[in-house]
Design a binder for this molecule. Sequence first.
Ligand code: HEC
Length: 199
Amino acid sequence: MKRAMAILAVLYCGFLAVTVSGQTSGDGPRYVNGNNLVRPTNYREWIFLGSSIGMTYTPPRAQNAAPNFANVFVNPSSYRAFMQTGQWPDQTIFVLEPRRSSTESSLVKDGRFQSDMTGLEAEVKDARFADGWAWFNFGLAASLRESVAAIDQHAPQGTGQESCLSCHTAHGAVEKSFVQFYPTLLEVAKQKGTVKASY
Ligand code: HEC
């Protein structure tokens, strides 16, 4: 009886592991309902690529508005592959976590530190998408969605859909990623010769 229970427990754990991970290749992107990306909840256990502060891509933010930090993470197996090759393998997922910056502390005389999260975005390199890459916005921090469809990169102009694809393609130093802002990766890309000629 004890043995039967033990076997059942092992089977059950195996079943849980399979259903929870939803895929076999480990730490890459997970999808539901076709191509809707599931919001990664453990990205803070991934590899931290870097953090920028106050970078804006559209007209400068209002004067005196506090600049935001942008923390970037990538899944560990893709990071290891990049270290070997200077390129991102299929099934790479990046998370961009924007946070407010603050100066409000009795100790702080100068400088800024990170405070509340404001939203969450992601980017994947995955052959299931026509462009080979796709971009996602999980919404505002207070009401992050569990899963979202990719942002339509080919929507007609003026529909309010930002073109993540065109900026990332035109200005990213390696493939469609902004490796020029992740200094330790940029060194690797230079050594492997994978920095785009256009950069
Ligand atoms: C005008 C240029 C531009 C546009 C448009 C743009 N990005 Fe980016 N993106 C950047 C830059 C620059 C970085 C470097 C990191 C930073 O901003 O701190 C970046 C980094 C990222 C990263 C981290 C991985 C990487 O590629 O380096 C993600 C994820 C991301 N952006 C998501 C998005 C999403 C989603 C959209 C569309 C809603 C978008 N971006 C639109 C310029 C852009």
